[in-house]
Design a protein around this ligand. Structure first.
Ligand code: CO
Length: 212
C-alpha cells in the first residue's frame, strides 16, 4: 500500500468513527454551511486551521497560502474574502501566521527561489518598512519571529484597505479582523493585532460609498 492509499483507508476509518459517536454528523453539514470565521493561514502542513482551533467541519471557512499573505492582486484570496464577507457574513476574519515560517525565513535571505521570489517580495516590503527595528535584532531566529508578527499585522491592514471590508463595516459593522500567531513548538495561539469598524484607518485608504 502506498502513502496515498493509506490516506483513503484512514478516511474510511475517520468517517466511520464520526458516525459511530454521532449518527447525524455528516447529515448536519451536508445542506448548509454557516461559518462565523474566515481563516487566512499559511500553507505549512503543521498549522491546520480546524485542528489548532478545536473546530469541526462547517465552522471555519479557510484560505491558505505561503506565509499567509493578503495580496490585492490575488484573485483567489479576494474571491474567498468577498464570498466569506458578503455571502457567508462571517463575524471574524483571522490572519494567522506562525513562528518558524519557511516563507518568512526565505524572504530574509538573498537566495533566488524562482517564481516564489515575487510572492516573498510582499514580506520583504514589510521588512523594509520596519528595517530599523528588525536590523537591531541580532539573533536571526528572533528577527524572523518579529518579522512574522509584523507581517501578520500588515496583512490585517491589507484587509482593511479593501472595499470588501470597508463596505461591510459600513453596512453591518463587521467583520472584526484578527491577527494571530501560532507557536509550532507548543500549539498555542496568541493575538497580535485587531481592527474593526471603529478603527481609524489612514484617510488615503478610505473609500466613500455614498452616491456623489
Ligand atoms: Co509558514
Amino acid at each position: 500500500m502506498n502513502s496515498a492509499q493509506k490516506l483513503l483507508l484512514q478516511n474510511k476509518a475517520w468517517a466511520q468513527e464520526r458516525v459511530r459517536y454521532d449518527k447525524d454528523y455528516f447529515l448536519r453539514h451536508s445542506t448548509v454551511q454557516t461559518p462565523e470565521f474566515l481563516w487566512i493561514g499559511c500553507s505549512d502542513s503543521r498549522v491546520p486551521a480546524n485542528e489548532v482551533t478545536g473546530t469541526e467541519p462547517g465552522e471555519i471557512f479557510v484560505h491558505r497560502n505561503v506565509a499567509n499573505l493578503v495580496v490585492h492582486t490575488d484573485l483567489n484570496l479576494l474571491s474567498v474574502l468577498q464570498y466569506a464577507v458578503d455571502v457567508l457574513k462571517v463575524k471574524h476574519v483571522i490572519v494567522c501566521g506562525h513562528y518558524g515560517c519557511g516563507g518568512v525565513r526565505a524572504s530574509m535571505t538573498n537566495k533566488s527561489y524562482g517564481l516564489i521570489n515575487k510572492w516573498l517580495t510582499n514580506i520583504r516590503d514589510t521588512y523594509r518598512m520596519h528595517r530599523t527595528e528588525l536590523d537591531a535584532i541580532g539573533d536571526m531566529d528572533k528577527r524572523a519571529d518579529r518579522l512574522t508578527e509584523l507581517s501578520v499585522c500588515e496583512q490585517i491592514m491589507n484587509l482593511a484597505k479593501t472595499a470588501i471590508i470597508q463596505e461591510a463595516w459600513k453596512r453591518r459593522q463587521g467583520p472584526v479582523l484578527l491577527g494571530w500567531v501560532y507557536h509550532i513548538e507548543n500549539g498555542h495561539l496568541d493575538e497580535l493585532c485587531k481592527m474593526d469598524h471603529t478603527t481609524d484607518l489612514d484617510p488615503i485608504y478610505r473609500y466613500r460609498f455614498d452616491p456623489e
